[in-house]
Design a protein around this ligand. Structure first.
Ligand SMILES: Cc1cc2nc3c(=O)[nH]c(=O)nc-3n(C[C@H](O)[C@H](O)[C@H](O)COP(=O)(O)O)c2cc1C
Length: 159
């Protein structure tokens, strides 16, 4: 048992500076879906695995719960508005006016990302109120550019 409340938990975890990604996938209707996340991590080199965690109460969970493939778009310093959009705007409207490309493998690549990791779903398991998603990285692309950072509940840039 613990007395820790949600605010304290956020206060503690918020001291860990992260980058910001938007995970994209096709939902069961084959429409593009995406969600801002900072729970991204690399997991294993051989095989090359990454992870992120999705709230099971989120709309995006519906997409990622069935998607066989997905992409992780690492946001650049100028993409704060995109990060906010993919955290707040209602799901179906998220892609309106946003530059993206649907690949022939059924993945969604967002324009301006400093890296895109093409993943196959390797494992999914429920932990607490989230689902941990493990992806096998099968390809990707990296571009020059500074990252968007997240620290203590706010967006930052490298000094
Ligand atoms: C910087 C940032 C990081 C976030 N990281 C995560 C995350 O790792 N996992 C998650 O489930 N939600 C995360 N969220 C919240 C989701 O983006 C948000 O709850 C979700 O998009 C809700 O919309 P939906 O229900 O339409 O999917 C994060 C939000 C922000 C702004």
């Amino acid at each position: 048992m613990t007395d820790l409340d949600g605010a304290q938990f956020r206060e503690l975890c918020g001291r860990f500076a992260t980058g910001v990604v938007i995970v994209t996938a096709l939902d069961p209707d084959q429409s593009p879906a995406g969600m801002t996340a900072n729970s991204f991590a690399s997991v294993s080199l051989d095989p090359p695995l990454i992870s992120f965690n999705v709230d099971r109460a989120s709309d995006f969970h519906r997409a990622i719960a069935t998607a066989g493939v997905f992409a992780v778009n690492v946001l650049g310093a100028g993409q704060e508005a995109l990060s906010r959009r993919f955290a707040k705007t209602p799901g179906p409207e998220r892609f309106e006016g946003v530059g993206f490309r649907r690949t022939d493998t059924g993945r969604i690549h967002l324009a301006g990302a400093i890296a895109t990791l093409d993943c196959e779903t390797f494992e999914r398991f429920p932990v607490g109120d989230h689902t941990v998603v493990i992806g096998r990285v099968v390809g990707g692309e990296a571009h020059d550019g500074r990252p968007l950072l997240y620290f203590r509940g706010g967006y930052r840039n490298l000094a």
